[in-house]
Design a protein around this ligand. Structure first.
Ligand code: ATP
Ligand code: MG
Length: 373
């Protein structure tokens, strides 16, 4: 790696870059191509930024702030107009061509072997042949998704939805207009574009969209500046907030406390902003309460029956090599999982995976045996 060149591209001094080695900048020598990744954000460089041996950089995908009180947040944050896109519920992946191979980088800046196989299957070759510097930022969604399995999208297995573009070695993204044009040009699926609205009408429109999306079990919206000069903002449906809580309470000791609190607080703000009727508010309270108590009770009951707390997921791979590599990738991410024997299907394999939810499992066992919290 040429430190001088890379530092220049990152916009920091060479000394600073060298000083970050092994503290913030971590080596990942597997799978090929090898890279260094920013484990934390510094000086405007997003965490997950990856530097390859070719001195090429794929910047991390920027964090998206959340509106809690949508109307005031829109007025305060944006200018005349906003573009509204669907927020897809899966996991973030950045695709780039490096050393002649298309690789999929996770949020943290690791190459994910499974996502790489999916991307190579779904993205036409011309995309990177004709745009060697392009980075496709998108969401991998669908029921056969090892991280966020959801059957709410029109796919039986897995799909990729583009939501942004950027370029290697360049900070920042190209924004919604270029992204949707690119998706159309190359026939790639993109996050649904609901339209462009004037700020003064935006709140009403978005609230209507969010209610509709909620009824369909979808996650919410990302609101963007058509000129890409203001950062995007996200807003989610009550159904998604509650569904997240349901999963988090099922595995209550494996989630950070803020995950629970922030979702409960969102429900409070939405209820006030929507000026709900007493009846609607009560329905929300029920939904929220059920998403907390029912999964908790199930987990405790399950452990009481001497069952392991596991999460079953299933993936489909073309090659067994991908499955083996994915197993290793999960392990290095600190996840414990048991892979069943691959089952041949069509021109590939189905693999069932049981993720062990260790902390919730052990905590529940000990609480049941009388340990104090
Ligand atoms: P963040 O720190 O970016 O808020 P998070 O891990 O809390 O990340 P989310 O709450 O899911 O994640 O919100 C941001 C993520 O939403 C993005 O990183 C991206 O993966 C995903 N996403 C889905 N649809 C879109 C879209 N249309 N535009 C931008 N991001 C989208
Ligand atoms: Mg998400």
């Amino acid at each position: 790696m040429n430190f001088q060149k890379v530092a220049e591209r990152l916009g920091i001094t060479q000394e600073r870059l060298e000083g970050l080695q092994e503290t913030i900048l971590k080596r990942a020598s597997w799978p090929e191509p090898r890279l260094m990744r920013f484990e934390k954000a510094i000086s405007g460089i997003e965490s997950g930024t990856a530097i390859f041996e070719s001195n090429e950089i794929v910047f991390g995908y920027p964090k998206i702030r959340r509106a809690m009180m949508l109307g005031p947040a829109l007025k305060r944050h944006f200018r005349n107009r906003v573009v509204v896109e669907e927020k897809m519920n899966g996991y973030n992946i950045r695709l780039a061509s490096v050393a002649g191979e298309v690789v999929a980088l996770t949020r943290g800046g690791f190459i994910c072997p499974f996502s790489t196989e999916v991307a190579n299957r779904l993205i036409p070759n011309e995309v990177f042949e004709e745009n060697p510097m392009i980075v496709l930022c998108g969401e991998i969604v669908g029921p056969e998704n090892p991280y966020v399995p959801k059957g709410i999208y029109p796919t039986n297995d897995i799909d990729f939805y583009l939501f942004d573009l950027s370029k290697k070695n360049c900070r920042g993204t190209l924004g919604p207009n270029k992204t949707h044009q690119f998706a159309e040009d190359y026939g790639i699926k993109a996050a649904a574009l609901f339209g462009e609205f004037r700020i003064k009408n935006a709140y009403e429109k978005i609230m209507g969209l969010v209610k509709q999306l909620g009824r369909r079990g979808r996650e919410g919206v990302v609101i963007k500046d058509p000129d890409n000069e203001r950062s995007p903002m996200k807003y989610t449906t009550s159904e998604t907030n509650c569904h997240d809580l349901e999963i988090a309470f099922r595995y209550y000791n494996d989630y950070a406390l803020d995950f629970f609190l922030s979702r409960a607080v969102r429900e409070g703000f939405q209820s006030v902003e929507w000026a709900e009727s007493a009846e609607d508010r009560l329905a929300r309270a029920r939904r929220l309460g059920e998403s907390i108590l029912l999964p908790l009770v199930e987990t405790i009951q399950q452990k009481k029956n001497n069952e392991q707390i596991v999460q079953q997921v299933q993936i489909r791979v073309k090659s067994l090599q991908t499955a083996r590599e994915f197993e290793y990738h999960l392990r290095r991410s600190g996840l414990r999982a048991i892979f069943d024997e691959p089952e041949p299907d069509d021109d590939g394999y189905i693999i069932r995976i049981s993720r062990l939810i260790m902390s919730t499992n052990d905590k529940t066992q000990s609480l049941l045996e009388g340990s104090p919290w």
